[in-house]
Design a protein around this ligand. Sequence first.
Ligand SMILES: [Mn+2]
Length: 328
Amino acid sequence: MKKPMRTLDLETEFKRLEELIAGSQSFFLAGHLNPDGDTIGSMLAIASVLRRLGKRVRLFSQDPVPENLRFLPHVKSIRSSLPKSRFDAAILLECSTPARGGNLEPVLRRCRTVVNIDHHKTSESYGGINIVEPHSSSTAEIVYRLFYNMNVNVGRREAACLYTGMVTDTGRFHFPATSPRTLEAASRLLETGFKFSRINDLLYATKSCESLKVLGRALESLEFAAAGKLAVLTLTLADFKRYGARSEHSENVINYGMMVPGVKAAVMFREEEGRISVTFRSRGHLDVSLVAKAFGGGGHRNASGCRIKGSMEAVRGKVLSALSRLLA
Ligand SMILES: [Mn+2]
């Protein structure tokens, strides 16, 4: 693993990555813990293009791929065990620090170069190459741009992967990070003829019984703080046990809190063994990532999260007072 160097401008970094790809034979690809559509979609698209270029690729996710993303092509090539071999390059997707990907250190030490591709503004320049573009809607949009620069003809399956990354990270092209560039990229991807409507059905019109039950529990718990500006959702371990549900079944539940008029931010507390996972959402300029970062987490201005050790009561007390100060 090379020493991190100072961040060069983005176009230079894209060029350096193109050169790295051309000159390397083996790649280790990893995304963040609790992977989402953007991480998985971007990883699969890069892997597919690298394989087409004759490269050896190893894909890793410490946590399993969520069920709703298992339709993606070659998703089974993502493994949860760390490889023992050496790689010319590691490409980390959406990891603001290498630790966001889990225990990658033993592998990264055996990689000649580490590449950091991310659109989170809290991303640190830990890579030998850092493509961090906070104005991009998604990592998939950055990967699209990389392929465009490389003159790669994106295939139908690769397009499906990148589209999945974009549509999920933008909340169906709804969040403010959605730009003309995002829609243009999505439009070009659509031209490849992938099954656009079927993917939307799988992503947005298919829900497991566990997800619906957990949603019901979360909605029942809904309460308000900071004079109605903050929506608070709480899910306990008992809620998950009752329905045999896992953390992934509560994904996107927090967005329901944002639907109530007058709400500027939402927070969801999800109990885990010995700690609480906290997720934040906000609108406009209200920067909830400041609160996430204050508690050791990270993310975007309008969507971020952290994990805090302690009881539900203690964590709720600390986080709600920090949020009240932010909203005051
Ligand atoms: Mn993303």
